[in-house]
Design a protein around this ligand. Structure first.
Ligand code: URA
Length: 434
């Protein structure tokens, strides 16, 4: 079939067959189908959506466009977790060791940060000596030996996704549920784990701005995973304010360590314990979710998860210096509150963008990052603040911080009325919700 017929079928609202989808992906990856035709098809998908069968076929075609990681030589059930991206999201650095300490096998491929969102690889690489470029046999060996490895994706993992994502970026077709779902799930399925727990962020700092959109995306991703025989659970979680208190690579590593030391932020700790319990249960380590929760909490309280985090850093060549000397910046500047009241909102997008402009993140894929800089919030939504007290502290290597200070200040909404602290977990979607 000609590509123009596939575009026409989608334009007119017909369901594409798996063969048509395979043909489009193969033709695009091998260069036979030009960008302009794929752009037209993406726009037709954007407007007309896809059925679960189409989304699954697209995912499978993208997944088989490159390497598929074979984790069969790792004993036991392999678990993975994916966040759709947010501000201050250091969950993997806490959750991975926590779940591994409770007995699960964590074989995780992570990504870098872009725009206002951070990436696990950048955080890990801020630890002196730590490498995220692990050869496949060493990766498998590390997971078998200590239960966890976190590495970068191989260059040939889902090449179709790399091409499509770049095209979506310049054709205004990124925010499409089937395209996001197939992009994420193809990479997760190619990474080889048996259990995939998705952390679908919702709010100002996330891709999904409403619960309805986050629920729709979660259901499609859980549907795709279930269709191909994986255990997939999606958490819908808050990204209206940053997660925890820190945004910036070394600041987030410190907060992740403090969380495993037992004195981390409440939202981050709760999120990691809840997602961790699902992962440990799905890995068949505990017969019930409640038993899994007990194991996870024990791993946290006993220090076993902290030891596991250090073992992982060391296995990947990392040496943690004294945490008090870890961050080295020219300036540490407070942003004082202009009034007394209660914190009603901390715009995660604005904080993420301010951190990016300070050098903690990348505006484009090619940008270098500064691992030492970032923003540490002093308060979270629901807290009381007095005039003149700090709302946040900036760790900076820039000369002029006035604009950034103003942006950070404007991210806070302070009002007189008291307000309850928001929940971090809104919903959990399993195959039974489809
Ligand atoms: N993350 C991805 O990997 N792909 C998308 O399309 C959106 C978010």
């Amino acid at each position: 079939m000609r590509m123009v017929d596939i575009i026409e079928a989608k334009r007119d609202g017909h369901e594409l067959t798996a063969d048509q989808i395979q043909q489009f992906i193969d033709g695009y990856v091998n260069g036979d189908i030009p960008d302009y035709q794929v752009s037209a098809l993406l726009m037709a998908i954007y407007f007309n959506g896809m059925t679960t069968a189409e989304s699954t076929a697209l995912t499978m075609a993208m997944l088989h466009s490159g390497d598929v990681i074979d984790l069969s030589s790792i004993d036991g059930i392999k678990v993975d977790k994916h966040s759709t991206g947010g501000v201050g999201d250091k969950t993997t650095l806490v959750l991975g060791p926590l779940v591994a300490a409770a007995g699960a096998k964590v074989a995780k491929l992570s990504g870098r940060g872009l725009g206002h969102t951070g990436g696990t690889l950048d955080k890990l690489e801020s630890i002196p000596g730590l490498s995220i470029a692990i050869e496949p046999d060493q990766f498998v060996k590390q997971v078998n030996q200590i239960g966890i490895a976190v590495a970068g994706q191989t260059a040939n993992l889902c090449p179709a996704d790399k091409l499509l994502y770049a095209l979506r970026d310049v054709t205004a077709t990124v925010p499409s549920v089937p395209l996001i779902a197939s992009s994420i799930m193809s990479k997760k399925l190619a990474s080889g784990s048996d259990v995939i727990v998705l952390d679908v962020k919702v709010g100002e700092g996330a891709f999904m701005k409403t619960i309805d959109d986050a629920r729709a995306l979660s259901k499609v991703m859980v549907g795709i995973g279930t269709e191909v025989g994986k255990q997939v659970v999606a958490f819908i979680t808050d990204m209206s304010q940053p997660l925890g208190y820190t945004v910036g690579n070394k600041l987030e590593v410190i907060e992740a360590i403090e969380t495993l030391q037992g004195h981390g932020p409440e939202d981050l700790t709760h999120l990691c314990v809840e997602i961790g319990s699902q992962m440990v249960h799905a890995a068949a380590i505990a017969p019930t979710l409640e038993d899994a929760g007990t194991l996870v909490k024990k791993a946290l309280a006993s220090g076993a998860a902290l030891d596991k985090q250090h073992a992982m850093f060391a296995a990947q060549g990392g040496t943690l210096p004294d945490l008090d000397a870890f961050i080295s910046v020219n300036d540490i500047v407070e942003v004082p509150s202009p009034r007394s009241g209660y914190v009603h909102d901390i715009d995660a997008l604005a904080i993420g963008l301010a951190a990016m402009k300070m050098g903690a993140g990348r505006a484009t894929k090619e940008d270098a990052i500064d691992p030492d800089v970032g923003i540490k919030l002093a308060v979270k939504v629901g807290d009381r603040i007095e005039q003149g007290q700090p709302l946040a502290t900036l760790y900076s290597n820039k000369d002029n911080l006035e604009d950034i200070k103003q942006e950070v200040l404007e991210a806070f909404h302070i009002a007189s009325a008291a307000i309850a602290k928001p929940d971090i977990i809104f919903e959990i979607i399993t195959k039974h919700d489809l």
